[in-house]
Design a protein around this ligand. Structure first.
Ligand SMILES: Nc1ncnc2c1ncn2[C@@H]1O[C@H](COP(=O)(O)OP(=O)(O)O)[C@@H](O)[C@H]1O
Ligand SMILES: [Mg+2]
Length: 109
């Protein structure tokens, strides 16, 4: 389902990740643990395809995390999220549903 192979990520001069290897298989529940600055958010951003590794390879569902077909299968609750403040609840639900090819039926208006 998810694989990191020799993944490193540098921000400017600083190395946030160095040679990270792990795999998550179907049915497994995994959480990254570590103190502030350990690189947890960097791991999540890489697996969501929001940034590219400096070295190594990230795979979700066997493919590139930036591929829309793979992205569509990943759900994420972002650490920091912004929504348009003028929208009503229904409009927010409709907006987020519109990001998916097959949105949850019970959420359709
Ligand atoms: N946008 C950024 N620019 C420069 N350094 C960053 C940036 N984001 C994170 N870092 C650095 O990368 C390291 C890992 O950060 P992060 O992945 O946010 O860790 P965690 O989520 O475990 O607290 C830290 O040293 C942090 O200061
Ligand atoms: Mg974090």
């Amino acid at each position: 389902m998810l694989a990191f192979a020799g993944v490193s990520k540098n921000y400017d001069q600083a190395a946030a990740l160095r040679g990270v290897n792990f795999a998550v298989h179907a049915g497994e529940l995994v959480t990254p643990l570590g103190p502030n600055g350990a690189g947890k958010t960097t791991v999540v951003k890489l697996l969501l395809g929001l940034m590219q590794p400096s070295a190594g390879r990230v795979r979700v569902f066997g493919g590139d995390p930036t591929n829309p077909q793979n992205r569509m299968r990943v759900g994420a609750m972002l650490q920091v999220g912004r929504v348009p403040e003028t929208l009503r609840v229904r409009e927010h639900i409709d907006l987020f549903s519109s990001y998916y090819l097959q949105p949850c039926r019970s959420l359709k208006s």
